[in-house]
Design a protein around this ligand. Structure first.
Ligand SMILES: Cc1cc2nc3c(=O)[nH]c(=O)nc-3n(C[C@H](O)[C@H](O)[C@H](O)COP(=O)(O)O)c2cc1C
Length: 206
């Protein structure tokens, strides 16, 4: 529901939240741009169904928070359950709420390793293993996401498509990010070897 709609229709008696965690499957991992594909379709569907929320991916796990009418969320839950890009869905909560947390986001998708790792509260919950979390931990995580939303909201940010990274690409960028010095040395060595080979070939001909 847009802000305008919420202001003109303040009746939130049929407002629910659905929160779950799941694991990415090999099908999800092998997709060229799984997260982007999910976000693209979701933003379209969720807008139509007055659903807002956030989808987090990290360390092979999804954490999704969505809010909307009970019927809309039940229909979506049934669709998501059948999706073979993830498995082992564990519902954390499906209950009535009085107001939305992420009004302007039909579905924001966040890659934890890229966006949230600098936040000390999130850092304390890393490595991201949501199946090990207690109720207070996922609630704390949700509050951090809401803080993030409110911060972005004041910056006028809504429904932006995520950067196109496949899950494999994400893993790769994470590894590269952690080993930048190693990759730099490897590149310098490769260039030196190439130069040496060229020198040998040219020296042979002279
Ligand atoms: C982790 C995950 C989260 C998803 N979240 C949503 C969502 O919020 N909204 C949505 O419409 N589809 C979502 N999907 C995609 C649905 O499973 C489904 O593919 C999509 O709604 C298209 O359904 P349709 O083919 O019946 O139109 C999600 C899929 C996954 C794997």
């Amino acid at each position: 529901m847009s802000k305008l709609k919420e202001m003109t229709n303040p009746d939130n008696s049929d407002l629910y939240q659905f929160i779950y965690i799941s694991r990415i499957t090999s099908i999800g991992l092998s997709g060229a741009s799984t997260l982007n594909d999910i976000a693209e379709v979701s933003i379209k569907h969720n807008k139509t169904d007055d659903i807002s929320g956030i989808l987090c991916y990290g360390n092979g796990y999804f954490f999704q928070y969505i809010e909307g009418s009970e019927q809309a969320l039940t229909n979506l839950k049934n669709r998501i359950l059948k999706d073979d890009r993830h498995k082992d869905m564990q519902t954390l909560d499906f209950s009535p709420i009085s107001e939305r947390r992420f009004t302007s986001w039909s579905l924001r998708s966040i890659i934890l390793e890229r966006w949230m790792i600098k936040d000390p509260k999130v850092k304390a919950l890393m490595p991201f293993k949501p199946y090990d979390w207690s109720t207070s931990q996922w609630q704390q995580f949700l509050d951090v996401l809401q803080d993030y939303y409110e911060h972005q909201e004041t910056a006028g940010d809504s429904d932006i498509q995520p950067i196109k990274y496949s899950a494999l690409g994400l893993t790769f960028s994470k590894v590269v990010g952690q080993h930048q010095a190693f990759f730099l040395i490897q590149t310098v060595l490769a260039v030196l070897i190439m130069l040496a080979l060229v020198w040998f070939v040219l020296a042979d001909k002279i």
